[in-house]
Design a protein around this ligand. Sequence first.
Ligand code: HEC
Ligand code: HEC
Length: 428
Amino acid sequence: MSSSPRTAVAALLSALAVVACTDAAPTATSLEIPIEASLATSAADPRLMALAGQKIFEDTDLSLRRNQSCATCHDRAFGFSSPNAQENAHGGVLPGSIPTRFGSRRPPMAAYAAFSPVFAYNAEDDVFIGGNFWNGRATGARLGNPAAEQALEPFLDSTEQALPDLACVMWRITKAKYAPQYYNAFGTALKKVEFPVSTSAICQTEGATVPLGPKQRQLAIAEYDNVGRALAAFEQSEIVSPFNSRYDAWLNGRGKLNDEELIGLKLYEGKAQCALCHPNAGQRALFTDFTYDNIGTPGNVENPAFIRSGFIDQGLGGTLTRDDLRGAHKVPSLRNTDKRPHPLAPKAFMHNGVFKTLEQVVHFYNTRDVLPVCPAGVDFRDPRFGLTCWPAPEVAENVNVDELGNLGLTPKEEKAVAAYIRTLNDKQ
Ligand code: HEC
Ligand code: HEC
């Protein structure tokens, strides 16, 4: 895609971000919540929703075997992405509540994702913008907020929290210590759902359904949507998305960046072209234009879904069943992208986690079209990976060759770009 539509989209988005953020209600507590219009129109108070949302996010009881919460896969110390050392170093995808089952994609950050607009086609620039998930399938059309809809999937996904029925989520919330916080945010309608005595046993059984009459079922469904709203409010709150990185401090005149980081910033906006898709303009920039692209990321041969069935990720092309979008994945925010508790904690990057260091990612953007394609059998575990060659893309069609692939950065410049991106890590 050419750079002019990108710039138009970027300008629009930074305008949106400013509106969303200046609407934040000043509060007496330390919790400041930038309210998206969609959440603001819901009757509940976003601060109360976020407080309930935090408890729900951290509650391992909301999984089939009471062993997995959202936080298991979206850990604060890793910028709310995967903390799993073994998987980050290898296949990149995580096991679920049933530990022999794996997903097929790497967990992106839950931080800053809740600012994604509702999925829409922008005819002027011929791009799709917004939504949640790598392939945009949580559109936000129904609840007015992609993150609220996204949050309803993991509880019931058999490869994630694996509960058999949304009524189980609601029932376990009524039994939780934090139930009063939920009622504070959303009122006590949930108490009117008459869960049968068998609910406890049913909720430990895969594939089971809690028998509820039609009215009771409707009520449970409506309350389940509130769980999505609470989680989105938490993700938007300053607990998860604090905008308190060294870069933010520098923008606000409250901190310094060193020379290398400042050179990296200039390259990021210029020669390296990163800002075309990960725009950094303005205060509280989100470092994504929320569009979709195939940047030619190689497949991850250790992804269990690939090993099992040769899984190839079609990205947005799969969601929309459009060949011209095969391999296009959501442009992720670069805030916290390299956040980890210590420099040796394994990390993974991209939808399939094939890259393991930020330096490798920058080198890929710089030399994807300069180095030859690797011989068959050379994958990310091979010392030649990224040194003398790059493997072919996971999806060979629709690869963006205009904005990346041969940037002409020197090794020192590559290092500077990585150094700049690390200034986007939030304070703990
Ligand atoms: C087993 C690990 C796992 C658990 C548990 C889990 N997630 Fe995720 N999360 C993922 C993966 C993998 C993806 C990407 C899936 C995809 O794109 O198809 C994801 C995607 C997301 C996204 C989308 C971010 C974006 O930029 O589009 C958000 C937000 C998120 N998860 C929040 C949550 C919340 C809230 C919960 C709890 C209800 C949760 N996750 C539970 C692994 C997990
Ligand atoms: C044409 C748009 C585009 C440009 C230009 C671009 N990116 Fe990206 N970036 C993407 C997309 C799309 C993804 C996700 C691709 C995937 O998962 O396969 C991504 C992913 C990333 C990731 C992984 C983030 C994560 O958490 O997994 C990093 C880091 C990154 N880009 C850095 C950069 C840097 C540095 C530059 C400039 C050298 C840059 N990008 C230029 C579109 C772009």
